[in-house]
Design a protein around this ligand. Structure first.
Ligand code: NAD
Ligand code: DAU
Length: 328
């Protein structure tokens, strides 16, 4: 099977390529990625076929989609803080890029899987145990999540109007190796390794539903293999933790005092809580997460950043300069 992986030099895409190489000998992978600040070819094994190009470039996309049996679309501008600073690349990549891929999938009748986020549903109250389900109305908060919501809605329309053979997955917050140092967990791990105190937005009571990146990607393969065309599947592993607890756990695992962090300015419009009901994925497709214990997953992630400074160091200074400018 010829598989085109867009955004394969990013965090989740690179882990998807690695998992696929290890578990799917029938898959012949090509990565399409234009290596933005978030892309890093060093995240990929050198033998993987790689095309440097933009998912919004119709000619490049047409040729690659036409030569593929399956497209798995990870490429995106993915960071909320950046979208609050400058939304324009989010519109280009997340909306125009998805449109370009959908049109090519329509022309060539190529199977398409769309990677999306739980943030399209907005947020949940801190109190109570409500969760997002596939029926939760779309209500995105940030420019990032609004462009992801728009791209999901295009996929649904292209299925219904043009018969594109597509599925969608909406996943919660991922953690694991190869995640850019702008994101919460790698930012704090690399801060501590640099002797800098972790930075917590506001009071730190916001809740995220953490899942290991390999569990996300095994869910994606379950949907590609056994999912119903036109369907949306939520991916989550019941990993709700508030940010304060994450920082305290990281500090403890790294041998620091639990209160050795700073509160910084909150993110504007900061979503309070995400929580996923993944029962459709579990009951219909028989998927189960393999990484049950968040604390040991965090410990392994800390070890990975400790051992792979050459991978993250080049991005660290520019990332912290950006946060300094944003006051966070
Ligand atoms: P990332 O920012 O680490 O990687 C994005 C990749 O896309 C990079 O390699 C970048 O170079 C590439 N890219 C960006 N614009 C491009 C363009 N115009 N053309 C070609 N390539 C381009 O992102 P990530 O965290 O790996 O997220 C991947 C996908 O998963 C995104 O669609 C995101 O919305 C979704 N998602 C992420 C999470 C999470 O916790 N990180 C959770 C749920 C869903
Ligand atoms: O829910 C899925 C989403 O998860 C994905 O769609 C996004 O691509 C991904 O970036 C992530 O979005 P978040 O905004 O939740 O992730 P981030 O790592 O930026 O922040 C996680 C939480 O930590 C959030 O409540 C903000 C907070 N935070 C973040 C940073 C960078 C801090 O308290 N301090 C920080 O320095």
């Amino acid at each position: 099977m010829k598989v085109l992986v867009t955004g394969g030099a990013g965090f989740i895409g690179a882990n998807f390529v690695r998992l696929t190489l290890a578990t799917r000998p029938d898959a012949e992978i090509t990565v399409l990625d234009n290596l933005t600040y978030a892309g890093n070819q060093a995240s990929l094994p050198p033998e993987v076929a790689f095309v440097k190009g933009d998912v919004a470039d119709g000619d490049v996309v047409d040729a690659l989609v036409g030569a593929s049996d399956l497209v798995v679309h990870f490429a995106a501008e993915s960071h909320n803080d950046n979208s609050l600073d400058d939304p324009s690349p989010f519109v280009h990549t997340n909306l125009i890029g998805t449109f370009t891929l959908l049109e090519a999938a329509r022309r060539h009748k190529t199977r398409y899987h769309h990677i999306s986020t739980d943030e399209v549903y907005g947020d949940l109250p801190l109190e109570g145990d409500a969760k997002f389900t596939p029926e939760t109305p779309y209500n995105p908060s940030s420019p990032y999540s609004s462009t992801k919501a728009g791209s999901d809605l295009m996929v649904r329309a292209w299925v219904r109007s043009f018969g594109v053979a597509a599925t969608i997955s909406n996943c919660s917050n991922n953690y694991g190796p190869y995640q850019h140092v702008e994101k919460f967990i790698p930012r704090q791990i690399t801060n501590v390794l640099d002797g800098v105190r972790p930075k917590l937005y506001g009071a730190g009571l916001n809740v995220r539903d953490w899942i290991h990146v390999d569990d996300h990607n095994s869910g994606v393969w379950a949907i590609i293999d056994r999912g119903r065309i036109g369907e949306t599947y939520l991916i989550g592993a019941d990993g709700e933790v508030n940010n304060l607890t994450v920082v305290r756990t990281l500090l403890e695992l790294m041998g620091q005092e639990p209160d050795a962090f700073d509160h910084v300015n909150d993110r504007p419009g900061h979503d309070l809580r995400y929580a996923i009901d993944a029962s459709r994925l579990r009951s219909e497709l028989g998927w189960e997460p393999q990484y049950g214990d968040f604390r040991s997953g965090l410990a392994a992630t800390i070890d990975w950043y400790r051992e792979n400074e050459a991978w993250w160091r080049p991005a660290k200074l520019a990332t912290e300069l950006k946060y300094e400018r944003l006051g966070r």
